[in-house]
Every structure is written in C-alpha cells, then in structure tokens.
Design a protein around this ligand. Structure first.
Ligand code: HEM
Ligand SMILES: *[C@@H]1O[C@H](CO)[C@@H](O)[C@H](O)[C@H]1NC(C)=O
Ligand SMILES: *[C@@H]1O[C@H](CO)[C@@H](O)[C@H](O)[C@H]1NC(C)=O
Length: 494
C-alpha cells in the first residue's frame, strides 16, 4: 500500500511537470511571452535560477534565450531585460509604459501603497515629485544639502582620526555619517555617533537589511503568498519596520508643535506645510501616514546604498594604491589642504570623477534594479508582456557591457576618461536605473560619495592591513545588493 501511494505521488508529479511544460511551451514565443526555461509547477525555475548569484545566472540564460526572456520565480513569471539596448528601449524610450513598480512582497506589506518606492499611479507621482523638488531645493532652512554633507564630513574625519593609524573596519562610522545626512535633511538635526536614540535607529536599519538579505528574506520574496500566513523569522522584519516608523512619528509630533510654515527647516516641515496647504482637498495624498511612510522610504533607500558604495570604494582604493595616489594628487592641485572639497570642484577633477563613476559601475550595487511591471498588456519587440508581469531591468548587464567598457570586470577609471584625460560621459552609466523611476536620491548620493571620499583622501592615506594583491574585491551578492567582503584598513594622517 505504501509503495502504491508513493508510486501514485511520483506519477502525479510527473504529470504535473509535463502539463506545466506543455502549457509553458504554448504560452511563450512570438506574439506571446518571451521564451525561457520551462518551469516546474509551484517551484518555477529553481533548478536554473540560483538566488545566491542571480545576475550571473541571468547572464547565462540571456546567452541562450536572447536579451528578453522569461524566468519563473516560484510560480510567477518574470520578464528579464538584459543588455543596454533593451533596458534603454523599455525604461527610456517607452518610459510611461514601463514606469510602474512591480510586486514586492515585503515592501507592499510594509507600505500599503503609500510612500514612493512601492507606490504607483497618481499617489506615487505626486509624492515622488514633491520629494524630488524638496531634496533639490534650497528652500529647506538656511543650509543647502551640500553644507549638511560638509558638516558631517567634519565629524567623520574626527572619528577616523580617533583610530590613530590602527586597523579598523569602516562600516559602522560610514553608516553613521550617511544616516546622519538623511537625519539632517529629514529631521533637521544630526546625532552624535554615540547617541542612544541614534544607535537604536541604526541598529534598527541594520536588522532590516540583514533580514532582507538573509536566505529567509530571499525565500520569502519568492513564496510570500504562502509564507505570509505562516509564523517564522520573516515576520520579525515587520516589527523592525514598526519601530522605525514609531521613531519617525515621534519626530513628526515634535515638528508639528514647533512648525513655522513660512520657514520650513527640513523635509518634515516641508511636508507638514504641504499638508496644511492641501487640507481642504479630501483626496490629498499629503497626509500623516504618507509623511511617515515617505520618510521611512528615504531612510531605507538612502542609507545602506550610499554607505555600502563608499565602503566598497575605499576597499578598491586599498587594492589599487596607484589610483588612490592619483586622486590625492588631483585633490592637492584643485582643492589644496586648507579648505573642504565642494561640489563645484568636481568639474575640475576629471580623474576623481572617473574613479567615483568607475566604483559605481564596477560594483553594480543593485544589479537587477527594483522590479518594474506593465499596467496593461504590452507589445515589446516580438513579444507580448501580460499586464502585471514582473519585469527585471538588469542594470549590471548595462554596467558590465563589453561593447561600452572593454574588460568590464576590471576596475579601471579609464572607462570614464578620454585619451586627453577629460571626463568621458557614458549612456551606459545606470547604477541608479533610468526613466521615470530613476532613483530620486541620485543627486544626493553622488554628492555624498564624492564629498566623503574626496575629504577622506584629502586628510588621510588609506593602507590595507594585508598585501593589496591578496585583498578580495569580489562582491558577496546578498539579496538585492552587491556587498563588499568585510575588511580592515589603516588611515594615516597626511
Ligand atoms: C549609491 C546610492 C544609491 C543607489 C545605487 C540607488 C539606486 C536606486 C535604484 C537602482 C532604484 C530603483 C529604480 C527603479 O525602480 O528603476 C532606486 C530607487 C529609489 N531610491 Fe535610490 N539609490 C541610491 C541612493 C539613494 C538615496 C540617497 C535616496 C534618498 C534620498 C534614495 C531614494 C530612492 C527612492 C525613494 C527610490 C524609489 C523611487 C521610485 O520608486 O520612484 N536612493 N535607487
Ligand atoms: C587629528 O588629531 C590631531 C591631534 O589629535 C590634530 O592635530 C589633527 O588636526 C586631526 N586631524 C584631523 C583630520 O582631524
Ligand atoms: C578631449 O577629447 C574629447 C573626445 O576625445 C573631446 O571631445 C574634447 O574636446 C577634448 N578636450 C580637450 C581639452 O582637448
């Protein structure tokens, strides 16, 4: 009897696989879904797609199936756009059709359609536009965003100076510095690196990133339909979200009490003024819940990304001391030692600018961007992408395209320099994605990366604790981001 039952199960599984294989063959091809490996029922393409190194498996599949193909993550089909031409065609040439955010289980559950990252339609457009203009404007109190970053670099230098040339891991202090820039913009104040409230906030964000990047987080995003109803470690992340939102909510209350609408000092003030302005509109998108969710988005999208980029950049400069030296020479020529570097210096510093671009290109921090979708059945090349299908625009395939960057897996600032040493712009530089969803923090992030790195190198020479030849610079891909291996360095005052 046991044998019979087992045989029946095996038979049923085989039939299910065959059926799924046959239906998939019928659904893909010209005028239908893009081609791709046949999925298993429920499990999709687990056999072909390794979550540990998604970008690499997708590269392999694109060699077999072309620049537009379908893979199944769990039971859901995902259309993958691979290479500069298709990514540009979708995100830029057909920006409106490809602007919608795809389903992301954790984000959708945390944000409930509010904020910027996980929202869509008019709600998304209005809040995004507001955040962009506020981040850009000089109307946010007396200090510009640039001055806020420069202030923070001073504290970061002090912190580095305290290490007195002994080896240290820069992760924590870089996270503090970058978080503080967002704190300054959003809350109007920075915190001491030892402040208890600030440390709780940092701890909170670290936990969130660790959980998203854990195997559990990965599995959750593939099988959320089932897991959301089960107990397990993936539920803990939502209590971390709540704690972060409670922190923001407390700040908002204090801002409300002291608001002077004629001179908003920070992002929260600006948002509160906008709420005032629109309080007669019954369907306004500017309300308390959206203020909290939007602030939350700025923190989660703007801290780990930028600080990881800087941390990875410093590692690359340890690996290539000649490049570090050339950056320092340029800083000495253009800025000197007596004043802080500023954004206006960047156009005078093509080599440093090229190094910063090459860092972002090389590491391809968010290799698959965030998922997009189409809001109606969409013809793309010879295929039809059904409404609601998740789309991955593979940014790493653009950043590592050998048509544009010879030896794309090599770290070489020459990728962004003309022969005469001037800065060479590239359309393939898309670490922030492109089109209507392009990262609204791009300007801020690029300012931070440039100012933090230039100021550190103006004041310190960075040395590895082991032979540069032995330094590992291969990313540990974890979840959605490429993270550098853990390392230590020594900062010697110049
Ligand atoms: C090196 C640093 C950063 C990188 C590499 C980066 C990259 C990205 C990427 C690839 C996306 C997805 C775009 C898409 O959907 O196609 C994104 C979205 C976003 N980023 Fe950034 N980002 C960085 C820093 C920041 C900062 C500093 C902020 C905050 C001010 C920020 C706020 C956002 C927001 C709010 C979104 C969602 C945009 C939307 O859905 O409309 N990012 N970012
Ligand atoms: C580091 O500290 C020393 C003395 O403690 C001081 O003279 C120097 O200016 C500091 N350097 C920076 C970059 O803060
Ligand atoms: C340097 O070369 C680029 C392209 O090769 C050219 O566009 C630019 O005008 C040149 N600049 C100078 C100062 O010669």
């Amino acid at each position: 009897m046991g044998l019979l039952a087992a045989a029946t199960v095996v038979l049923l599984v085989c039939i299910a696989c065959l059926l799924s294989f046959a239906t998939w063959r019928g659904r893909s091809g010209k005028g239908k879904m893009p081609p791709g490996p046949a999925p298993l029922p429920m499990l999709g393409n687990v056999l072909q797609v390794k979550p540990k190194n998604l970008a690499k498996t997708l590269q392999k599949l694109s060699e077999e199936y072309g620049p537009v193909f379908t893979v199944h993550m769990g039971s859901d089909p995902v259309v993958v756009l691979h290479g500069h031409d298709v990514v540009k065609e979708a995100l830029i040439d057909r920006a409106d059709e490809f602007a919608a955010r795809g389903h992301m289980p954790i984000g959708d559950r945390a944000n409930n359609g509010l904020g910027i990252i996980f929202s869509n339609n008019e709600e998304w457009l209005q809040v995004r536009r507001f955040a962009l203009s506020t981040l850009r404007s000089f109307g946010m109190g007396k200090r510009t965003v640039e001055e806020r970053i420069q202030e923070e670099t001073g504290y970061l230098l002090e912190e580095i100076n305290k290490t007195k040339g002994t080896p240290f891991d820069p992760t924590f202090m870089l996270s503090c510095a970058v978080s503080n820039v967002i704190c300054s913009i959003v809350f109007g104040q920075r915190y001491d690196y030892k402040d208890k409230k600030f440390l709780a906030l940092m701890n909170n964000m670290n936990n969130i990133f660790e959980m998203i990047n854990s195997l559990w987080g990965q599995v959750h995003s593939m099988f959320s339909k089932v897991l959301d109803y089960l107990p397990g470690p993936h539920n803990k992340i939502f209590s971390e979200f709540d704690a972060l939102k409670a922190f923001v909510s407390e700040e908002v209350k204090m801002h409300q009490a002291s608001l002077n609408p004629s001179s908003p000092q920070d992002f929260i003030d600006c948002f509160l003024s906008k709420m005032q302005e629109e309080k007669e509109h019954p369907n306004s998108n500017f309300h308390m819940k959206n203020l909290i969710t939007t602030t939350f988005d700025l923190f989660t999208a703007g801290t780990e990304t930028t600080s990881t980029t800087i941390r990875y950049g410093l590692l690359l400069l340890l690996k290539y001391p000649k490049i570090q030296e050339k950056v320092q020479e340029e800083i000495d020529q253009v800025v000197g030692r007596s004043r802080r570097p500023c954004v206006a210096d960047r156009t005078q510093m093509p080599y440093t600018d090229a190094v910063v671009h090459e860092i972002q290109r090389f590491i391809a921090l968010i290799p698959l961007s965030l998922p997009h979708t189409v809001t109606k059945d969409t013809c793309f090349r010879e295929y039809v992408i059904p409404k609601g299908t998740t789309i991955f625009p593979v940014l790493s395939s653009v950043l590592h395209d050998s048509k544009e960057f010879p030896n794309p897996n090599e770290f070489n600032p020459g990728h962004f320099l003309n022969e005469n040493g001037t800065f060479r712009k590239s359309e393939f530089f898309m670490p922030f994605s492109a089109g209507k969803r392009v990262c609204p923090g791009e300007g801020l992030a690029r300012m931070e990366i440039f100012l933090f790195m230039a100021t550190i190198l103006q004041n310190f020479t960075l040395k590895p604790v082991i032979d540069p030849q032995e330094l590992n610079i291969t990313p540990t891909l974890s979840g959605t981001g490429n993270v550098p291996p853990v390392y230590q360095l020594c900062a010697l005052p110049r």
